[in-house]
Design a protein around this ligand. Sequence first.
Ligand code: TXA
Ligand code: MG
Length: 333
Amino acid sequence: MKTRILPAHTQEECKLAVHAAAQLLREGQTVALPTETVYGLAADALNPAAVMRIFEAKERPRFDPLIVHLPGISWLEQITEIENEARELLNKLIAKFWPGPLTFVLPRKKIVPDLVTAGLRTVAVRMSAHPVFVKTIHEFGRPLAAPSANRFGRISPTTAEHVRDELDGRISLIVDAGATVHGIESTIVAIHPKRLELLRRGPITEEELAEFGEVAVLTDARVRSPGQFPSHYAPRTPLLLIKNADSFAPPREEKCGFLGWRSASNQFLEVRVLSSRGDLREAATNLFRHLRELDHAKLNLIVAEEVPDEGLGRAINDRLRRAANSDARDRPG
Ligand code: TXA
Ligand code: MG
């Protein structure tokens, strides 16, 4: 299959790209689209044959469920079963954070194919705020299943080129709207009456969520969020995570690269800095791009420095920890 890339930078380009994307989605094809977090690989969420193409392109195991993106809030009732006691909390969170990088896990209705939820009784839903995604899903008019547009277990793409690196020849279209804003995937929460369970850290922080009720952190619970493997976001190059590079000497015999938090270090062959001004938002935006560049630099080892473990920093450290977990390189994809 030939993978086309259509730019969506100007209004005119955007119109053409959105139109082409919606057409392919109607035909049951997969299309890579930008969201505010990372690029997603979208397909008609209510068409199992289309959803199957996502699993095939990504080599994603069937037990890992997908996020369903909604064209509008009215779809929430059609897709999910919301308990009355949870409704108040959910409405407050929606008012504050949607459209945006927050995904809710809620009991599902039958209309959602089993393949999408991997047989779970719940479904993950979100509404993206990215203008190109919004235009496409409006023109398509139905919910879109869209996981990150990378092969399973690998680093999520934040540009159209990253998507091409991952999925060239496996999908029909990539819509290119430049780099994504947040750079890491949406925060995932399960909603219970008066209580939230944080299943994946992301751009909306635990602190922000805590303003709405008690937050239980379950980001290591594999059963609850089956895709949250201890090893994920894996570069092909081994990655060593350290607290601080000040007193660290890279092994001499290795070709080492460095992913620093605020400052470079001249002891390494290739260096990337997440945010020289110490801004966690900037660090999140740069994280996957820098990791991918270091991974392409023919190194034997990437040494990465932790960022402060607060707010958005926790979401970044979480991804660095998973990237450092070496089993990932033994897994397929
Ligand atoms: O920002 C994002 O969320 C991006 C963009 C494209 O929207 N999408 C994304 O999808 O990161 P994906 O498939 O790479 O990650 C979805 C995560 C997986 O870890 C999956 O296991 C979890 O959501 N998930 C999906 N449905 C679930 C459910 N019913 N219960 C618990 N976890 C679920
Ligand atoms: Mg993913």
